[in-house]
Design a protein around this ligand. Structure first.
Ligand code: G3P
Length: 225
């Protein structure tokens, strides 16, 4: 079971120029300040190379953007759950639309995260996949229709049925799973709509990372909670 407080805003900074290195730390600090000022839980997923040094400088949880289900040892270039934990990660995204993996690896990673005490957020693309993943006992599921990612068109308004449908199916299968939604979220109104559809928060990226003033956008986002 996840130790993360909900509702939650999870910022996945992806691989944008605006989130590399020092820019990534500035985004993490902005999340931290917004959590301190609003009391709303935020989490940041720094670029993989940046996770360790950023995690040492902020109090909010840092999650990996992706992990590989490889064993510790002879595994060149893969990113292991054990390494992420050692670097200061408190959790991870799994199966993001931009980094899909097999159902067998999703299952293996959920189990591995549970053993290590890492919170897992499994991304799904439709109601059926949300239902399938719910049976694997993840901590959280984030429903993100790929066609809305990066568009600025919020899933919570453009496709509310995929959100309510996922919440209903997931809770029928496993009531302990926390459901989030993402894709195109960029305002407090989008977040409010997401919460009203039964989610416990949002997963987002471009609306904050590419904003001129990320902190102002974050403050607006948490105002929807
Ligand atoms: O992981 C978050 C995501 O894929 C949504 O991206 O840019 O539409 O907020 P974005």
């Amino acid at each position: 079971m996840s130790k993360i407080e909900t509702p939650v805003v999870i910022l996945n900074v992806k691989a944008y120029q605006e989130s590399m290195g020092k820019n990534g730390l500035a985004l993490a600090k902005a999340c931290e300040e917004v959590t301190e000022e609003s009391g709303v839980s935020t989490i940041i997923c720094p670029q993989q190379f940046d996770l360790g040094w950023i995690a040492r400088q902020v109090k909010i949880p840092c999650f990996a953007q992706h992990l590989d289900a490889k064993d510790v040892g002879s595994a060149t270039g893969w990113v292991l759950p054990e390494t992420a934990k050692e670097a200061g990660a408190q959790g991870t995204l799994i199966n993001h639309a931009e980094h899909r993996i097999t159902i067998a690896d999703i299952d293996a990673l959920i189990t591995r995260c549970q053993t290590l005490g890492l919170t897992n957020v499994v991304c799904t693309n439709n109601i059926q996949v949300s239902a399938a993943v719910a049976s694997l006992n993840p901590d959280m599921i984030a429903i993100e229709p790929p066609e809305l990612i990066g568009t600025g068109v919020p899933v919570s308004k453009a496709d509310p049925d995929i959100v309510t449908g996922s919440v209903t199916r997931v809770k029928e299968i496993n009531k302990d799973v926390v459901v989030l939604c993402g894709a195109g979220i960029s305002t407090g109104e989008d977040v409010k709509a997401a919460i009203e559809l039964g989610t416990a928060g949002v997963l987002l990226a471009s609306g904050v990372v590419k904003a001129d003033d990320p902190k102002t956008v974050l403050l607006d986002l948490v105002s929807g909670i």
